[in-house]
Design a binder for this molecule. Sequence first.
Ligand code: SME
Length: 157
Amino acid sequence: MSEMKAEIYARVAKEIAAVIEGETSVVARYATAACLLNEAFDHYFWTGFYTIDPLKPEQLVIGPYQGTLGCLRIPIGRGVCGMCAQKGETVLVDDVHAFEGHISCDSRSNSEIVVPVFDAQGHITAILDVDSTELAAFDSVDQDGLEAICATLYPKA
Ligand code: SME
């Protein structure tokens, strides 16, 4: 199972790279990744980006996503996404209901993984949030696959 999942991540990474090659818009790049990842995996329920708002750098603001309505803004440091943005590290949560401060945009989400996206200077600029209706849906294979993809998303200077 894990091996299969790793293979799917490798295939989706290639598909994303092919579509976004030469594209300089981060919105276009994030939208492509959200779409192709969401299409590839049955255990994904909500797939999308929050970016650090340059006008309000203490907040994340919704970016391209696939799924039900997402919250528009999340303070950095709050919830799973806010924790990832603050730490600059991937956060894996097996049961969101047991995570203090979790922000529930859709009560059907039960587990999630949030991965940072860094800009060309290595500063955190966005996060990728993937939610599942299953408990403990994400593991180190998802983490490795998503971190590898997120490392390709910000356009090179
Ligand atoms: N669950 C997230 C909020 C974003 S949504 O689920 C789309 C959190 O606690 O950070």
